[in-house]
Every structure is written in structure tokens, then in C-alpha cells.
Design a protein around this ligand. Sequence first.
Ligand code: NAD
Length: 248
Amino acid sequence: MLLKDKVAVITGAASPRGLGFATATLFAQQGASVVIIDLDAEASRSAAAALGDQHLGLMANVADEGQVNAAIEQVLGRYGRIDILVNNAGITQPIKTLDIKRGNYDAVLDVSLRGTLLMSQAVLPAMREQQSGSIVCISSVSAQRGGGIFGGPHYSAAKAGVLGLARAMAREFGPDHIRVNCIAPGLIQTDITAGKLSDEMKQSILAGIPLNRLGDAQDVARAALFLGSDLSSYSTGITLDVNGGMLI
Ligand code: NAD
């Protein structure tokens, strides 16, 4: 078991088909106590309950500092430590540059970028006290190649921001034995993508993926396990591409 006695907080993990819940499930199988944080209290509680009794589901909007801090206080009250944070919550808006209004920009950057900062700020003092910790941030291939199928340019910007923020935190907190890394998923089959791809779109996407398939949530969960656990003990500030070769 790679995560025995570890406490892992995963945001945006209540959606049963999402990357967050797949990661939560794998982490629980590997022995971690998992805290699921998502927008809906009942959905978070029942997702955590599906994993077993030792896990916890909490409501917090990751872009709301008060809610984030209250949730992390509860986590520390119950478990006394936090070993892993997975910053997974994110939203997309498939619109083009000239259509991005202030509200679109704020909504997308608030969840991915501000949320990653606020959650990291909330757990870092405890990790620093422990002198150990691993933060995994979910970016996107959209940040690397510019634009995506579902995201929108402001989504690319938010996810590119996550890469920069993660590297800066990796540099700052390396001396405290806290590692910060990113995953950049390609096109993964979840609710974000479900039912939105025509056969024609799918074929043209597959033509650009050397492994010739879309990703599934397990592909990302396994990458999160690598980065979250001691398997990656000498890696910090890296971005692990999970995209089937889309960028070759
Ligand atoms: P999803 O929509 O299935 O799940 C996202 C979860 O985040 C949902 O449970 C939602 O309730 C939660 N959430 C949204 N806003 C929140 C907020 N403010 N506070 C707390 N929780 C919030 O999405 P997914 O496909 O599982 O994506 C997970 C992450 O991976 C996202 O950051 C997404 O941008 C990224 N990503 C996904 C893909 C893909 O192809 N699916 C590709 C690259 C990156």
C-alpha cells in the first residue's frame, strides 16, 4: 500500500465519473484517508461514504477563502495532518476569445487558479510543520498547446497559471520537504467531455493521438498516485503529461 496512514485532500472529487473521484478511489485503495471537497455537501458526503468509514466529504467552494479555511480546519481537527493535496476542481467554458466577458474570465480563473492558490495556502502551514507534503495540481494540455476543444482561451490561461504557480511553490517549499507537481491531462472521458463529441469530432481528435484512444479517469488517477506518493520522492516542479502522445 503506497499511501498507508496518509491523509489526502482532493478537490472537485464528488462527481462519480470525474478525475477527482477516480483519484480518491485509488488513494483509498492504497490506504489513505481521503477527504473529498466539492460544491455540494451531500454529494461530497456520499462520495466519501462510498469509499468507506474513515473518509470525509466536505462542502467548500475552492474560490472562497472562508469556506476553504473552514474545511481545512475540520480536516486537521479530525486527522491532525495533511500529507497530500490534489487541486483538481476546475470548470470549462467552450467560448472564443472575443466572447469572453469579465464574468466568464472571473468564473474560470477563480476555480482553477485562485482555488489552487487558496487550497495550497490553507494546507501549507500544516505541511511545513510536518516538514513533509505533496501537492498535485491538475492543469491541462490546453495550457501547453493553446486552446482546447472544451476549455476556452481563459481556461488555457488559468491552467497555464496553475503550472507557473505550482513551480513557484515547488521552489519556495522545497526546503520544507514539500513537493509540488502538475498533471496535464489530454482529452479524458468524464462529464466534461461526455456526450459532447460527435463521431466525426472523435475521429479527428484520435488522428492526433498516437495511442489512438481518449484517456480514462484511471490514467490520471495513476499519475496522481505517482506524484502524491513517495514513488516520486525526487520530483518537484514537474508537469506529467497524460495525453496519449498528443504533444509529440
Ligand atoms: P468534472 O466536471 O467531472 O469534475 C469537476 C468537479 O469539480 C465537479 O465535481 C464540480 O462540482 C467540482 N467543482 C467545480 N467548481 C468547484 C468549486 N468552485 N469548488 C469546489 N469544487 C468545484 O471534471 P473532470 O473532467 O473530472 O476534470 C477534473 C479536472 O481535470 C478539472 O480541473 C479539469 O479542468 C481538468 N482536466 C480535465 C480534462 C478532461 O478531458 N476531462 C482534461 C484536462 C484537464
